[in-house]
Structures are given as structure tokens and as C-alpha cells.
Design a protein around this ligand. Sequence first.
Ligand code: ATP
Length: 351
Amino acid sequence: MTAPITIASLCHDFQDFRALHDIDLEIAAGEYIVLLGPSGCGKTTLLSILGGFIVPTQGAVKIGGRDMTGVAPAKRPTTTMFQDYALFPHMTLRDNVAFGLRMRGMARRERHARAERLLELVGLHGDAGKRPHELSGGQRQRVALARALAVEPDVLLLDEPLGALDLKLRRTMQDELKSLQREFGTTFIHVTHDQEEAMAIADRIVVMNRGRIEDVGPPTRVYQRPASLFAANFMGETNRLPATRGEHGLETPFGHLAPPQALIGDGPFTVCLRPEQIRSGTEGWALGSARVGDSAFFGTHFRCHLHCEDEAATTLIAHLPPEVQPQPGARLALSVDPAQLSVFAAEEVSS
Ligand SMILES: Nc1ncnc2c1ncn2[C@@H]1O[C@H](COP(=O)(O)OP(=O)(O)OP(=O)(O)O)[C@@H](O)[C@H]1O
């Protein structure tokens, strides 16, 4: 059971503060969507509107072609998994998972069988008789997920579901969420402010900023070709070079650059270079010579501060392969493939 979602011209005001501005978004049935953005950008508000907990000031939500205006949370084909899991402490895991099924009048034997199957699916085989306080944070998270999936919603809404877990467990649970979502074919809408988490699980990422959508697309596209300077900056580390429009292209502290994309406006502009796009060598756009400053080893690469000899004495952050041996004090010639660069109108970026 899955359903496409249409969000059209959605706005939401809290008194005189506009928390969401003109949100338009189509979500396909069975997609894994991640709403990504900094604290306060409106992710939870949007999720709460989809779940029916907040009535939007303007606009409409359709799920499976049905207008959700005036439809209460319990009557929607959605289930929300809240950040604090909200498991019932006095109930066994079996009863926690079966709770929604009991509310729907499913017979005891049938609902217990389904609860046990789901607990098995989330790796808690044999634990059905335990109570929540006997579990670790990650295990409680799995129970909450099993409980949310038990009622077979068309759409599962997840608000920072992995927020309370340590990094290693987050990674494991990211893989599990993704594989459960595939198995059930449910549409997942998952809120996070963690860009790596978004990249790891989303079919499409929705980058939000100050109540607006800045970019929507598959992780690779949003990372490699972000639609805005904000999205470029939020989706991972970037080096930002100031640029102006010259006679034949862009003028930067590193000299002339033929623009990799059509320029919009008169400038000034910002050229974004990802740390892994900077190479030791002279092919492509040459950035001249640089001295390696602080350098830290990350297993697959060194993350280096490179002090350049351009007219602005720019310091770039680069990820260089171990074979380059970027030891502090070493000198390197640097270059980038200009086709990989993104150029935006210059603006203040707060994150
Ligand atoms: N009930 C409320 N009354 C007034 N303002 C609110 C209310 N709920 C949220 N806001 C404001 O609306 C904006 C969006 O809040 P929201 O909780 O949707 O952000 P978020 O992106 O989910 O943030 P976080 O990651 O911190 O949870 C924020 O500026 C917040 O202060």
C-alpha cells in the first residue's frame, strides 16, 4: 500500500511569523524523501502538516489523490514516528508493536503474530516479552519502527528518528531503515539536519532554508550540482571563491575562469569548489602553487589546509589521496576540473 503525495502552494504562519513559504512538492509512491535543513527551517512544521497535527494557513496536501483538508491524523494513511519514540513503558515489546492493531480491532492472536514477525524483522527476535527499559536506545528505536510499520501505513513520517543514537548505530540504522522501506514499499518522509544521513538514505533530498525549498533532487545531483549557494554549502564542505564578471568570463583571485555554467546577473559571484575536486597537478584550471598547512589523515584521504599564492592569499581545504603525501610544509601545484565547479550569485550564507 503506497500513495503519491502532492503538496501545493503550502504556507504556514505561527501568529505573524511565516514558517513555511509557498511549498510545492510532488512525492512518488514508495519514495524515500529526506527533508534536510538547519534548525528552525520548517522541517517539523511540514511533517506535522502532512501528519494532520498542524492545519496549514494556506495550500493543500493530497495523499493518494485525496485532499487531506479537515482529515484528522488518525484518519490519514500516515503514521508518525516521533523523536522520543513514545513507547509505553509498562507494556511488553509485543504489546507496544501490536498497540495500533488492537486499536483497529484486530484479534489478539493475529496481532501478536504480526508484532512478533515485525520484531524479528527489526532484529529483536526472541525479545517480544521484554519491556522498553530493558533495551538500549538503538533497540528502542527499532521497536518504535516496528510499531509504526505494524499498521502498514501508506506513508511513514519520521522526525529525526536517529537523533538519539551514537554515530556507529546511526549508520547501521540508516541501512536498516532503507532496506525496510524497500521491503515494505512504504513512502518514507524523514526529517534530519544531518547531511551525511540524508545522502546515505534518500532517493531524493529536499533542502530547506528559512521556510523555503532551496533544492530537490537525488543526493548525487544535489551534491554535485546544487541549485543554490545555500544548498551547496549545506550539502557538505565547500571552498568559496569571490568572482566578478570580466570581459570573457569570471575574474577570480586565481585569475581568469571560463564559466562552467551560463552566468545569471551581473555579479558579484561565488565559485564553489568541493575539497575533493582539488587535485595535485596542473591539468584543467591551474590554481598555482600552495604550501600545505595543517593536515589530518582520514583513512581514505588527508584533509589539508592549503595556503595558496594567489592575489588574495586564499586558504583552501582539500581532500588529497595519501600517495600525494601532503605533509605540513610541502609545496604542491594545484588544479581543478572547471566542469565540476558551481557558480552562484554571491550572497551571505549563514550555515
Ligand atoms: N508553535 C509554534 N509557535 C510559534 N513558532 C513556532 C512554533 N513551532 C515552530 N515555530 C517556529 O517555526 C520555525 C520552524 O520550526 P520547525 O520546528 O518546523 O523547524 P525545524 O526545521 O524542524 O527545526 P529543528 O531541526 O530545530 O526541529 C522556527 O522558527 C520555529 O521557531
